[in-house]
Design a protein around this ligand. Structure first.
Ligand SMILES: Cc1cc2nc3c(=O)[nH]c(=O)nc-3n(C[C@H](O)[C@H](O)[C@H](O)COP(=O)(O)O)c2cc1C
Length: 367
C-alpha cells in the first residue's frame, strides 16, 4: 500500500492537489468566543496567529440552528456567519495557511438556553445524556432530553450538512471536517446505546452507520471528495457514550465505506483505542483500509508524533491544547523551544484573555 506519508513532521503533505506545508494539524477546539454564534475579528486574529500549522481545523461549527449546543459557539448557516468566517479564512490564507472547518451538530449534547429561538434538541432516539452543561443565562444545567428525529428531520439534517459545506467553501475554507467523534450527533447514530431506532437508521452496523455515510456522501457530492475529512473517536466515552460490543466491527465497516467514498482524510482520536489490544488492532486495520491521509490525535508530543510518522501509523498528527497556548507551535517544535502551558480557566471565556494573548517565541513565526 502506498501512503501519503512524509515521515517527518516538518515536510509538506500532498494529496489531490492540496498541499499542507507540514504534517502538524491544529485539532478542532471550541473556544466560545462567537458571540451570537457569529465569527468575529477576535476569532480571525486567533486563527491567523496559528496559520503556521500545516492544517487548521476550526472549532465545531454548526450546520443548523438545531446543532448549536454550547454557549457562544459558531454556525455556518446564515449570511452573517459566512461573512464572519470569510474574515477568518482570508486572514489565515494571507499567512499561507490552510483551514478546514469542523461541521459539528451536537444532537442531544445541548441545552435550550444556549440555542437560538425556534430550535429543537434532536437525536436518533429520545435518550438524555448524563451530565451538566454551561449556559450563560442559567448557569450549569442538566443536558436536556432530546426528541427522536423523524424521517423528515433526518433528511433535513443531511440537507443542512450539505448546505453548510457549500457555505464553507463560499466562506473560503479549503474544506470541511465532519464531526463524527466525541458523542455528538453523528456518533449518536453509530452507538447502539444512543441509537435505538428500528427503521433503516438503527439496528445493524450498516443501519447505524447509514446517517454518517449519507451525510458524507451528500457533502462529497456537493463540494468534492478532495475537500472532505471526517473525525472519529472509537472507544471514547466522552459525553456519556457507553462502550458496546461491536465497536471494532462498526469502525472497520466505516473505514471501508469511507475509503470507497475516497475522502481526503480520516482524523482519529486514538487515546481510548490505544488502551486495549482490540483497539490497537482496530487502529492498524483502519490504517490499512483507508489509503488517503490519516491524522491521529490525542496527547501527542513531538517525540510521539515523529515516532508515529516514522512508523507509518499516520500521515499527520493533530495537536489540541498545545495550540491554545503556543500559537507558533510548529516553530517551537521545529526548533526545540519549550512549550507554554495553557490555562483551562480561559478555554471557554468570552474575550481575548487566554485566547489571543499567548506569546510567540519569535517574530518570525512562519519560518
Ligand atoms: C478547549 C477544547 C475544546 C475542544 N473542542 C473540540 C471541538 O469543538 N471539536 C472536536 O472534535 N474536539 C474538540 N476538542 C478535543 C480536541 O480536538 C483534541 O481531541 C483533544 O484536546 C486531545 O488532543 P490534545 O491532547 O493534543 O489536546 C476540544 C478540546 C479542548 C481542550
Amino acid at each position: 500500500m502506498s501512503y501519503t506519508n512524509t515521515l517527518n513532521l516538518f515536510s509538506p503533505v500532498k494529496k489531490y492537489g492540496i498541499e499542507f506545508s507540514n504534517a502538524i494539524a491544529m485539532a478542532p477546539m471550541t473556544r466560545s468566543r462567537a458571540l451570537g454564534s457569529v465569527p468575529n475579528d477576535l476569532m480571525a486574529t486567533y486563527y491567523e496567529q496559528r496559520a503556521g500549522a500545516g492544517l487548521i481545523i476550526t472549532e465545531g461549527n454548526s450546520p443548523s440552528p438545531n446543532g448549536i449546543g454550547y454557549a457562544r459557539t459558531p454556525g455556518i448557516y446564515s449570511a452573517e456567519q459566512i461573512a464572519g468566517w470569510k474574515k477568518v479564512t482570508t486572514a489565515v490564507h494571507a499567512k499561507g495557511g490552510k483551514i478546514f472547518t469542523q461541521l459539528m451538530h451536537v444532537g442531544r449534547v445541548s441545552h435550550s438556553a444556549n440555542m437560538p429561538a425556534g430550535t429543537k434538541i434532536l437525536a436518533p432516539s429520545a435518550i438524555q445524556a448524563a451530565g451538566d452543561m454551561w449556559t450563560d443565562v442559567q448557569g450549569l444545567q442538566p443536558k436536556e432530553k432530546p426528541e427522536a428525529m423523524t424521517h423528515d428531520e433526518i433528511k433535513t439534517a443531511i440537507a443542512e450538512f450539505t448546505r453548510a459545506a457549500i457555505n464553507a467553501i463560499d466562506a473560503g475554507f479549503d474544506g470541511v471536517e465532519l464531526h463524527g467523534a466525541n458523542g455528538y450527533l453523528l456518533e449518536q447514530f453509530l452507538n447502539p446505546n444512543t441509537n435505538q431506532r428500528t427503521d433503516e437508521y438503527g439496528g445493524s452496523i450498516e443501519k447505524r452507520s447509514r446517517f454518517v455515510l449519507e451525510v458524507t456522501e451528500a457533502v462529497v457530492n456537493a463540494i468534492g471528495k478532495e475537500k472532505v475529512g471526517i473525525r472519529l473517536s472509537p472507544y471514547n466515552v466522552f459525553n456519556d457514550m457507553a462502550l458496546y460490543s461491536e465497536i471494532a466491527a462498526t469502525y472497520t465497516y466505516l473505514a471501508e465505506q469511507l475509503s470507497k467514498l475516497d475522502i481526503l482524510y480520516l482524523h482519529v482520536i486514538d487515546y481510548a483505542a490505544r488502551t486495549s489490544e482490540e483497539g490497537l488492532t482496530l487502529l492498524k486495520s483502519i490504517r490499512n483500509t483507508f489509503g488517503n491521509i490519516l491524522i491521529l490525535n490525542g496527547g501527542y508530543t513531538r517525540e510521539r508524533a515523529e515516532q508515529a510518522l516514522a512508523n507509518r501509523e499516520a500521515d499527520m498528527i493533530s495537536f489540541g491544547t498545545p495550540f491554545i497556548s503556543n500559537p507558533d507551535l510548529h516553530y517551537r517544535l521545529k526548533h526545540g523551544i519549550a512549550l507554554q502551558e495553557s490555562n483551562p480557566d480561559t478555554f471557554y471565556t468570552p474575550d481575548s484573555k487566554g485566547y489571543t494573548d499567548y506569546a510567540f517565541a519569535s517574530q518570525n513565526v512562519l519560518a
